[in-house]
Design a protein around this ligand. Sequence first.
Ligand SMILES: Cc1cc2nc3c(=O)[nH]c(=O)nc-3n(C[C@H](O)[C@H](O)[C@H](O)COP(=O)(O)OP(=O)(O)OC[C@H]3O[C@@H](n4cnc5c(N)ncnc54)[C@H](O)[C@@H]3O)c2cc1C
Length: 474
Amino acid sequence: MQAQDALIRELAVIVGTGSVLYREEDLISYECDGYVIHKQPPRAVVFPATTEEVSQVVKLLHRRKIPFIPRGAGTGLSGGAAPLGGEVIISLVKMKKLLHVDWENRLAVVQPGFVNLKLTNSVASKGYYYAPDPSSQYACTIGGNVAENAGGAHCLKYGVTTNHVLGMELVLANGEIVEIGGVPDAPGYDLMGLLTGSEGTLAIVTKITVRILKNPEDKKTVLAYFDSVEDASHAVSDIIAIGIVPAALEMMDKTAIEGVEAGNYPVGHPPGLQALLLIEVDGISAGIEDQIEEILKVCKQRNVIQVKVAENEQERAQWWANRKTAFPAMGAISPDYLVQDGVIPRSRLPEVLEKVEEISKRSGLRIANVFHAGDGNLHPLILFDARKPGETELAARVGSEVLKVCADVGGSITGEHGVGIEKQEEMRFIFTEEEIQAQTQIRSVFNPENLLNPDKLFPKPSRCAEVRKAVGHL
Ligand SMILES: Cc1cc2nc3c(=O)[nH]c(=O)nc-3n(C[C@H](O)[C@H](O)[C@H](O)COP(=O)(O)OP(=O)(O)OC[C@H]3O[C@@H](n4cnc5c(N)ncnc54)[C@H](O)[C@@H]3O)c2cc1C
């Protein structure tokens, strides 16, 4: 208890007494992130306001060998910001300024706690926007987006976070402050690529330079209803195959549609639909009408039962609100849900969905499917009731089975939500023991004592690997 008091006092010297939480009742909100099935309170939560304060806090924790976790808004869905036992959380939410906009070079410099949507809102008056648009963009931070390499509906055409980050300031695991990137095509290793998506295990991001894009001249949005998931899936492949890259190409299945219609932003989709596609094209006005014609033709060839183009911005915004609130809307049809995040080759969609349906039937848990279909990123939402004994564990097992299906068709276990603690074991579906070891060696270069977000992202070494390491074969 005394050691704890001493730690809190020392943290308070750096950030001020009002910026350290340590009482049991204050720590409850930090027991988990959006992956709510794992809960464990942190040792303390500290809120630095500057890079220098982050550095001082890290130096203190490093000196005392106390593990620590960077945290943004805590919307992560794989447990990346969740404590495992004894960590201090370093919350970046006080570092929430837009530091600079360079209109000439089309870039913005933000602190890590700056909320994603605020960036678009801040540059909109001059006709610019920030492209990566996770559905959580009203809450999640750009620091968290960098750590997870976040995607979003419009990342099909414009790329995910890594394609928009130009430079970073970092606080390393020993408290040293460094800058990376900033120079186009700099020689040497691609540290920006390595850091983006590193889930807070390599460094704490304290400043980020990102691209901002000019708004497209025009955009049009199409809603297409199908009475077969297979037809909708084929329409997705056909649209890409004829050479159109929509800004967004989203799909929801029957159960997901039931959820969004019961949620806060219903559109009035007809009952009994098996699938819908939400398709958006953007660019110069001259080409848009032709693309829409082509898309309508493809949908008709794939037996669409109804297809319409949004008549105005209000209708478009309503369709997007309906889609972007799909995860929380599941709360209207199920007491609990677990969000999964697999990736598959687009062409394997019908077959994968059939297998997901089989898993659902076998387990007795309903699965709603929401996809960034254009880039093959599935979000099966496993509906369960945590009050029923064993059902939470069953939901986690079902999630793992779904990811195995994705891996087996040549896909991946995460498209954008990261591995965190949720999918550590599932890393073995993709990587051999040697490949996992190679990656943990990279982590050791940045984070040699594993104090920074420890024991996340990689599975624990298997018994067999430990034996081989002991005899010098790894
Ligand atoms: C309703 C809902 C919808 C979502 N939709 C999407 C979506 O469309 N696309 C998508 O990609 N994700 C989505 N997510 C997941 C989540 O919003 C993203 O992963 C987001 O990037 C997390 O940002 P955050 O600020 O909440 O980070 P947190 O949850 O606080 O942290 C996430 C990870 O980043 C690390 N981290 C945070 N800040 C830093 C930092 N400054 N430096 C180093 N590491 C850091 C943490 O340690 C943790 O490992 C959704 C989540 C919800 C709840």
